[in-house]
Design a protein around this ligand. Sequence first.
Ligand SMILES: Cc1cc2nc3c(=O)[nH]c(=O)nc-3n(C[C@H](O)[C@H](O)[C@H](O)COP(=O)(O)OP(=O)(O)OC[C@H]3O[C@@H](n4cnc5c(N)ncnc54)[C@H](O)[C@@H]3O)c2cc1C
Length: 647
Amino acid sequence: MANFRSGNFYTDNEDLKFYVDKYIDWEPLVELTEFDYKAPDGFKDLDEALDVYRSILEMVGEFTANEIAPHAKKLDEEHPHLKDGIVHFPDVTDTIFEKINDLELHGLCLPRGLGGMNCPFVLFMLLNEIMARADVSITAHNGFHGGMAMAMLLFSIMEGSTEFDLDNLEIKKTRFEDAIQEIIAGKAWGSMDITEPGAGSDMAAMSTKAVKDKDGIWRVSGQKIFITSGHAKYHFVIARTEKQEDTADAFAGLKGLSMFLVKAFEDDENGNRTHYATFDSLEDKLGHHGSATVSIGYDESPAELIGKRGEGFKYMLMLMNNARVGVGFESIGIAENALRLAKEYAAERFSMGKTIDKHEMIADYLDEMQTDIQGLRALAVKSSYHEEMTQKLNLMLMFMPPADEKERKAMEREMKQHQMTSRMLTPLLKYQGAEKAIEISRRSIQIHGGYGYSTEFGAEKLLRDAMVLPIYEGTSQIQSLMAMKDNLMGILKNPKDFVASNARALWLSRSSKSRNERRVATLRVRCGRALQFLMTRLAGKKAKELRGQPFSKWSTIFQNWNPKRDFALAMLHAERLTRMLADAAICEELLRQSEQFPERAEVLERYLERAEPRSKFLISEITKTGGRLLETLEEEEEEEATEQKAS
Ligand SMILES: Cc1cc2nc3c(=O)[nH]c(=O)nc-3n(C[C@H](O)[C@H](O)[C@H](O)COP(=O)(O)OP(=O)(O)OC[C@H]3O[C@@H](n4cnc5c(N)ncnc54)[C@H](O)[C@@H]3O)c2cc1C
């Protein structure tokens, strides 16, 4: 079996170990997680916690290498199937999940009082990468266990239905406790039901409805499609509860959505099952075969409202933020596998008198693949860390705020800093990770030549599996629109900051004593230039309104703009800008690493060598292309409008 790797997928990965052993700033994170080491049955200090985290990484690393990776081909070939409305899995998948249950991994990040291990979410993410190196569909299904139980707890905390015993640092009661414990025990899992036949990226178009019946019970009706692990018992369903008020506003529909927890079925004590939703079909997919992708029908299914009516989008964003970071780690797992397969093959295959890894082009491929993976890992660990710090500090501020006002304010500022970083990095990670996983798996096939196109070595499976990464949890295009929007809105909200940070980057790019710092700052300067270019050329006619106006007045002027038409150039170039922003963010992080650990300068320099020409090329595309296409689109739109008026 070509994909087989006996050994340990954690201990054999020096780059990953660097983060755990040297780089991650565990102290503040573990202090928060363990309530300053006062948590019941908790660790007594950081060393003890880290020993346990390392042993979990080693255990999962070994389990993945020996109990999942050897079955990758079987997982790809033997798919789940639907019979009489029930989803059945092949033995190979069932056996793997029985073993995951035995390792008690579903409670990894849940509090000990609920039967979990109270580990940081960053650890869960690192395990995602390790598992995805063996099979990404198993990783995804696994995530819908503990990940959904965590979401139940967080949602309940957010809506105020969890009570804490602050003296003993325990949860007194939480709304979904039974479901959480069922999931931890491996007897159930959850799914996230957002997509509908007529509403994918355009979530505002969702038509699944929820209404309250005469007994005050919410009932959900509609169809959800493409739902990963959708044969679950517990479903987070987004449904419309309020009418869309302003049909001209593309985003108005989001305000009428609410979040529900729906049980698809329930078993009584005799094992008799009552169904509240139907599993209508399973997708026949290109890859990702170890997971079921289910179409679900709801017909007045009883549902529990989470939070308040109309708050659904807020809850969904929280769920999706974590899921997007998770996809970043899945991408690295696939890419790491693709690189290792390619390296091994290239070191053995002879062509024209030498092994192919010694041929310049192939050596260049392998070097770039490794560099991209290391860059992505830097971005992923950073995103995950800041997301978790945001959530944990937020909880601390809600339930155990420092008594001293100054300290509380400082904590609030710290939380906001983490939140800003996480919000900025998450779409970059989701975008860059997914796109690179595809590029790297495709290169792995190429390096295998004819054997890459055949199924023998497992290289083609990785590309098929990777193809879903830029689609689920928000497509690559939607991620880049989010990155673009956040950056433009950031400039509008605080133009002075934008000018100041550009000036600082420019100064560093010219005057820093460190050559690497000058190079990294130059990437940031180009991002600033690209953004400034897009801001000043937003739709021809409208831009006139900005001319001669100071930055500080722009936000008022923008209030009258139509995002659909006036931001056309920015939308056209969103993906290019995202690639520039991702490279700059990765290099800044690698620079930080190299300042602390000089041996990391080598990774940074390798990455810069690739990113520098890329950023020149991308800024030139942004500033020199797009005009012709936009004119055509505008003409077509005008013609359509005239035809509509005439008819
Ligand atoms: C294997 C798999 C698992 C999935 N799991 C889940 C799940 O668990 N839960 C769930 O709810 N959904 C899930 N999905 C659905 C997934 O999230 C959607 O497929 C995705 O959001 C895209 O929606 P769509 O398929 O309707 O494509 P569309 O939204 O129709 O998009 C088609 C193309 O147009 C592009 N596009 C759309 N709007 C714009 C725009 N404004 N600007 C530029 N480009 C645009 C998109 O990026 C895409 O390339 C899954 C899908 C797959 C394939």
